[in-house]
Design a protein around this ligand. Structure first.
Ligand SMILES: Cc1cc2nc3c(=O)[nH]c(=O)nc-3n(C[C@H](O)[C@H](O)[C@H](O)COP(=O)(O)OP(=O)(O)OC[C@H]3O[C@@H](n4cnc5c(N)ncnc54)[C@H](O)[C@@H]3O)c2cc1C
Length: 453
């Protein structure tokens, strides 16, 4: 019997661990619910609910392949080796198969499982190109995103990126009634706006390819439009693989990697950002522990004013776009990328609050909360990261609002109080907690520790 240990790869297609385990013999699946670990990682209740829904769906998909799925609860990762040992005995497990994860605690967990003498084989299918395989001629990780992207795209052209198929059914399918009735022991918030399952993820991708991707470069920055794929939550839990996404894109738009000005290229560029942040994190594991990528940033003195932080969290800064964005996050569990940049910049530069506070707040709310992308995004906005926004570039929230929400459509959706304001007035602050010009000067002063030399 082979055991497939599912983590952030809740799918049956293009799942290396599952595919190769099925080639070896009969398979049982397992998923560990780890409420204590999730608490310490500040997993959002909406993401917990999304995990639950996707496990339910995976369990049904696996039944069709004749594979039962065990759901086991332990408090945290430290209890997994002992529990796996018991399971190995009861189910006569020969080998445990799993797909590797990029984060440090997850890597330590896997190491502990191996050190306990368990036969764990790890596969790589979280990134399309493995960390450490896209490097300079000297063998170093690229520090500039565009250079990384060019090298990544060059390599992709020479790589077979066909996704692995679903494995063949093991024996006769299991009765769908044997699918787990999954109920996770964790605080949950409904994720019903994001229907679960591989089919839904693929449907979203294909709909996006048909309807939106060619205009992505024009629409992606406008939060009142539905101009992006909405796939981040699915990619986060591995309900669909990034490789499958890129493969489908290139099948539909074979020219895409050479069409820099197209919407399709622009979307692939975002998938490369995902890979970039994962590669950086794997090669710099201290990032998982809240360290600045740029050591000079250790010298920034933050204000860390609790009242200001609370106002930011609750969408009460007085700046319409910032507040509408925070309310979108609090109400829906998702925030548009442009607004993640604007709100993160506002917290770190206007309020001079440590980016780690914001990073943690986002994790506790986002359906797609993901350590590598969230940390990358926060350190980019705070100018402390790898190829980050230069410290002297400080988003003006009024100009951002005029540019990306010119008619105030997005602001009005989330801030009913501003409904009566006309399209000019709506962008200007009302009872703001900081004044932009002064805040900018303060930030330039505090951030001057990042000046080279
Ligand atoms: C401060 C900040 C925090 C963020 N936190 C997260 C997070 O916790 N989880 C997360 O998945 N994304 C995060 N992002 C990236 C981005 O905002 C979301 O991935 C995107 O908004 C998701 O919407 P979409 O799926 O419609 O994206 P699309 O525009 O359709 O992009 C397609 C996919 O590319 C990836 N992607 C897009 N932009 C980025 C990016 N800047 N960095 C890394 N990957 C990207 C995502 O997987 C996304 O699903 C963060 C960005 C910032 C600035």
């Amino acid at each position: 019997m082979q055991l497939v240990w599912f983590r952030n790869d809740l799918r049956t297609s293009d799942n290396s661990a599952l595919y190769y385990a099925c080639l070896k013999g009969p398979v049982t699946g397992i998923y560990f619910v780890t409420p204590g670990q999730w608490k310490s990682h500040n997993l959002a209740p909406i993401q917990a609910d999304f995990i639950e829904q996707n496990l339910q769906s995976l369990s049904i998909e696996l039944c069709a392949l004749g594979i039962p799925l065990l759901i086991e609860e332990v408090t945290d990762f430290s209890q997994i080796p002992a529990r796996l040992k018991q399971i190995q005995k009861v189910h006569h497990i020969e080998v445990i198969h799993a797909n590797e994860e990029p984060e440090i605690n997850e890597k330590k967990r896997d190491q502990a499982v191996k050190e306990a003498g368990l036969p764990l084989i790890l596969y790589q299918c979280d990134c399309i190109l493995e960390a450490g395989s896209v490097v300079t001629l000297q063998g170093d990780m690229y520090k500039v995103f565009s250079a990384f992207r060019n090298a990544w795209m060059k390599k992709i052209k020479q790589t077979d990126i066909r996704p692995l198929p679903k494995p063949r059914a093991q024996a006769s399918p299991l009765d769908a009634n044997r699918a787990q009735n999954v109920s996770l022991n964790y605080d949950k918030k409904s994720s019903q706006a994001w229907p679960a399952g591989e089919r839904e993820a693929l449907r979203r991708l294909r709909h996006f390819l048909l309807q939106d991707i060619e205009d992505y470069h024009h629409n992606r920055d406008i939060p009142s439009l539905d101009g992006t794929s909405g796939l981040s939550a699915y990619l986060r839990l591995g309900v669909i693989s990034a490789k499958r996404c890129v493969n489908e894109v290139l099948a539909a738009f074979p020219y895409a990697l050479d069409a820099q000005d197209s919407g399709v290229f622009s979307w692939l560029n975002e998938i490369v950002w995902r890979e970039f942040y994962r590669h950086i994190m794997i090669l710099n594991p201290q990032l998982c522990k809240g360290k600045n990528f740029n050591k000079l940033a250790d010298n920034i003195i933050w204000n860390n004013n609790r009242e200001d932080f609370k106002a930011w969290c609750e969408g009460r800064t007085g700046y319409g776009l910032v507040d509408a964005a925070m309310r979108q996050l609090n109400e829906t569990g998702w925030m548009h990328n442009r607004l993640r940049m604007v709100t993160a910049s506002f917290l770190t530069k206007h309020l001079l609050i440590d980016w780690r506070w914001g990073e943690n707040y986002f994790m506790g709310k986002l359906i797609d909360g993901d350590l590598a992308s969230n940390n990358g995004g926060w350190q980019w906005a705070a100018s402390t990261g790898c190829d980050a926004q230069p410290y002297f570039r400080i988003f003006n929230p009024i100009i951002q609002s005029q540019k990306f929400d010119p008619e105030g459509l997005f602001i009005r959706k989330y801030i009913k109080e501003l409904n009566e304001f006309d399209n000019k007035k709506i962008h200007f602050p009302v009872n703001a907690i900081v004044e932009h010009k002064q805040a900018r000067l303060n930030a330039l002063d505090r951030y001057s520790v990042l000046k080279k030399g």
